[in-house]
Design a binder for this molecule. Structure first.
Ligand code: MRU
Length: 354
């Protein structure tokens, strides 16, 4: 059975792909069970992204791209034009799975453009798309390693690093963005320790970041989200590194809910606050944070914990999944090309100049 995997695959593997379809490590079950779900259709892939089987901006981009290939493999078309129209419909539907991370629409648009430009038969277009999806995956791992190397230089030896949510191998093609920086600092021999915000309500920090760091032998302790400010004021945190779901041209960052509060507290306590993200997360079509669409999820996610209701019946909840950190709170944005500091508009735009 042919496997479609990038040559630089990481040891932590949220995504696997072979000729029978896509397999996703079900992140809803971690750290209790390591179970892969097999998906065969774009509809199943869309649902898996919505339901958080796979999550994290680059990982949902790669998964969406593979979902489009799964759709392309099954399209029955009268003509190439018909094929391309059907492919576009599948892509547009996949894009709607989650709105905030730009990587999802970025990856699907990249494949759709490849298909439109390919002057070959329908079968060959499927091959072109498969190769492009793999390229996106491989490039993402390379980008993570490169930003890891650049970011590691910003991490002092013996630092305690605070991170939020999960911006690791599980959230990417492999290695991780914020956790990539942490892994690279560790691999460079720095004696570091990580504090992982538990990250209510999905607990990506307690469940996923702690699981992942344990796998690569990096010391980690989980803290309640609400403890971060106190620990900063106590001098227990030297640096903060987080990921991003979308970065606007002015440097405003959308990331997991709670990121903004951390950034404000970091400024108050004179702690450097870094965002690590690949170029695929920078959205040149979005001028500022106010234009970034924020996903609001089911209030049940807040009202229940470990499948048990924790608030009285009849009480509802607000559940914004992301927030916006204005760029003045960000010390630097670490990308695979360079570390960008204010003024962000100039610095971020220059990353795309050839
Ligand atoms: O809701 P999630 O778990 O998809 O949110 C993930 C995050 O906010 C990550 O920090 C972000 O996607 C960067 S992942 C490299």
């Amino acid at each position: 059975m042919p496997e479609y995997l990038p040559p630089n695959l990481d040891i932590i593997r949220p995504i696997l792909w072979d000729s029978r379809g896509l397999r996703l490590l079900d992140q809803r079950l971690l750290p209790w069970r390591e179970k892969y779900l097999r998906l065969r259709t774009p509809r199943e892939v869309k649902k898996a992204i919505k339901d958080m089987v796979v999550r994290g901006a680059p990982a949902i981009g790669i998964t969406g791209a593979i979902g489009l290939v799964l759709g392309a493999e099954k399209i029955k078309a009268r003509s190439k034009r018909d094929f391309l129209a059907k492919l576009k419909r599948i892509g547009e539907s996949l894009k709607k799975a989650r709105p905030t991370a730009v990587n999802l629409s970025w990856a699907i648009d990249r494949l759709l453009q490849k298909a439109n430009e390919a002057d070959v038969s329908q079968d060959e277009i499927v091959e072109v798309l498969r190769a492009e999806a793999l390229k996106i995956w491989e490039e993402d791992i390379e980008a993570n390693k490169a930003m890891g190397r650049l970011g590691a230089e910003l991490i002092p030896d013996e630092a305690t690093i605070l991170t939020h949510c999960n911006a690791g191998a599980l959230a990417t093609g492999g290695y991780g963005t914020a956790i990539g920086v942490i892994r690279a600092a560790h691999e460079a021999g720095k004696k570091i320790k990580v504090l992982a915000d538990e990250t209510r309500p999905w607990l990506q920090g307690a469940r996923l970041t702690a699981w992942e760091l344990k796998k690569v032998d990096i010391p980690v302790e989980v803290i309640p989200d609400v403890a971060a400010g106190f620990l900063m004021a106590q001098g227990k945190i030297q640096v903060i590194v987080v990921g991003a779901d979308r970065i606007a041209v002015n440097g405003d960052v959308a990331n997991k809910i709670g990121t903004y509060s951390l950034a404000v507290l970091a400024k108050e306590n004179n702690i450097p606050f870094y965002v690590a993200a690949p170029l695929s997360t920078i959205d040149l079509a979005t001028p500022g944070g106010q234009e970034i669409p924020i996903e609001w999820r089911d209030p049940k996610e807040v009202l229940c914990c470990a499948k048990r209701r924790i608030a009285p019946k009849g009480v509802s909840a607000l559940n914004p999944a992301f927030d916006i950190t204005p760029s003045p709170y960000i010390s630097a944005i670490i990308t695979e090309k360079s570390v960008v500091r204010a003024p962000y508009t100039k610095g971020l735009k220059s990353l795309f100049e050839v």
